[in-house]
Design a protein around this ligand. Structure first.
Ligand code: XUL
Ligand code: CO
Length: 446
């Protein structure tokens, strides 16, 4: 039998919600203990609240290599000497089989994940289109949707000094042509978003880098993408994915705050939002929920790349999430801010290099989905109970009073405030922040 005709996964039937009777089996998950797609959470189906997506790159493209060793996964569509387009279509069929088995409603991809690079850009674009048409049929038949598409502007050596921020405008033009194709395919597949991760938009040394020029180039690139989005009538959201380092030492899209400042400087803050990744937040020295809450406060929250970093390692380990309090707090902030909108929870997560069995892909995603579902229920309890929100409101209640409102409305000068302190002999007593009490409250919800 050829590798093409053999089913890749041993599981044949899609995972179902089994509830508390389900017990983790040593071999593979038999069902979901928490993920009940139709269960209503805060008025919406769990599936619609969580909007899970499987990413193409880690699950079907990365072969298990690391800086010290080669491929460990040996996927059949990577077999040496095979026809690259036939392998791409095989990979697509396996990918859609995984979406079916997991019942994930969305997927995500880079152009180079789905189709081989050709000899010219026209050939590469045609390859991407061809697999895109295969996707369209599979999406139609399965009901699986596209959370976002993106272009890989970082793997090929032409992009070693960046794409939009390259010192050579011809590389900028090449990247623009690649994004045009990926954005148009995303539009044709009714993608909910289009993502721009900085890739190699950053620098290694200022000795060879004109930082001001590069920022202006990046601003121009983003504006071109937004203009084209409107020209073709793409209804989705354009997202930038912040990351502080890796591959370059200093990435321009360092974190949410940096991206927001960048968007404001180029007049793009109403057009582009952010895709926040847990591991990237940690690398920037923030918590996951900090990045979410800040993006919401600034009006640019878009979507989430759900994964986890290792506390002991300073790089992007992209592990599947498994920390309940961390994910519950993140989802609490998502829900308090009004939910995911056009965004979703994209598992930008990869198996460990020794997890070489095909079914490990099912196990990794299924446990992550279950964990997120459980975290969503915790977040729901936190919101329904309302105690955290109540205590937060109480802490700031002075700002709803006469003095607070007068200050914020701009009616008070520095001199007015000084006179007020003098007149009323103000000497406000400090109040406890009650962090330990709030932490105990949080633990009670888990
Ligand atoms: C890189 C990363 C990317 C983006 C898409 O760290 O997260 O995979 O999510 O380009
Ligand atoms: Co990501």
């Amino acid at each position: 039998m050829s590798s093409r005709s053999k089913p890749f996964f041993s599981l044949r039937e899609p995972l179902r919600f089994e509830g508390q009777k389900w017990k983790p089996s040593a071999k593979r998950p038999l069902g979901y203990r928490w993920y009940d797609a139709d269960r209503k959470v805060l008025g919406q189906r769990m599936e619609d609240q969580l909007r899970f997506a499987v990413c193409y790159w880690h699950s079907f493209v990365w072969p298990g290599s690391d800086p010290f060793g080669g491929d460990t996964f040996e996927r059949p569509w990577h077999a040496p000497g095979g026809d690259p387009m036939a392998q791409a279509l095989h990979k697509a069929d396996v990918a859609f089989d995984l979406f079916r088995l997991l019942r994930t409603p969305y997927f995500t991809f880079h152009d180079r994940d789905i189709a081989p690079e050709g000899r010219t850009l026209a050939e590469s674009n045609a390859n991407v289109r061809c697999v895109g048409e295969h996707f369209a049929k599979k999406m139609q038949a399965s009901g699986v949707r596209l959370l976002w598409g993106t272009a890989n502007l970082f793997s090929h050596r032409r992009y070693m000094a960046g794409a939009a921020t390259n010192p050579d405008p011809e590389v900028f033009a090449y990247a623009a042509a690649q994004v045009k194709n990926a954005l148009e395919l995303t539009n044709d597949l009714s993608g909910a978003n289009y993502v721009l991760w900085g890739g190699r938009e950053g620098y290694e040394t200022l000795l060879n880098t004109d930082l001001k020029r590069e920022l202006d180039q990046l601003g121009r690139f983003m504006s071109l993408v937004v203009e084209h989005k409107h020209k073709i009538g793409f209804a989705g959201t354009i997202l930038i994915e912040p990351k502080p380092g890796e591959p370059t030492k200093h990435q321009y899209d360092f974190d949410v705050a940096t991206v927001y400042g960048f968007l404001r400087s180029y007049g793009l803050e109403k057009e582009i939002k952010v895709n926040i990744e847990q591991n990237h937040a940690l690398l920037a020295g923030h918590t996951f929920e900090h990045e979410i809450a800040l993006a919401q406060a600034l009006g640019v929250f878009g979507s989430i790349d759900m994964n986890r970093g290792d506390e002991l390692l300073g790089w992007d380990t992209d592990q599947f999430p498994n920390n309940l309090p961390q994910v519950a707090l993140a989802l609490y902030h998502v829900l308090r801010g009004g939910g995911l909108g056009t965004g979703g929870l994209n598992f930008d997560a990869k198996l460990r290099r020794q997890s070489i069995d095909p079914d490990d892909l099912i196990v990794g995603h299924a446990h992550a989905m279950d964990l997120c579902a459980r975290a969503l229920l915790v977040a729901e309890t936190m919101i329904d109970d309302g105690e955290l929100a109540k205590q937060l409101r109480a802490r700031y209640s002075g700002w709803d009073g006469k003095l607070g409102r007068a200050i914020l409305s701009g009616k008070q000068t520095l001199a007015d405030l000084a006179a007020r302190v003098d007149r009323d002999k103000l000497d406000p007593p400090p109040r406890s922040g009650r962090q330990e009490h709030l932490e105990a409250l949080l633990n009670n919800y888990l």
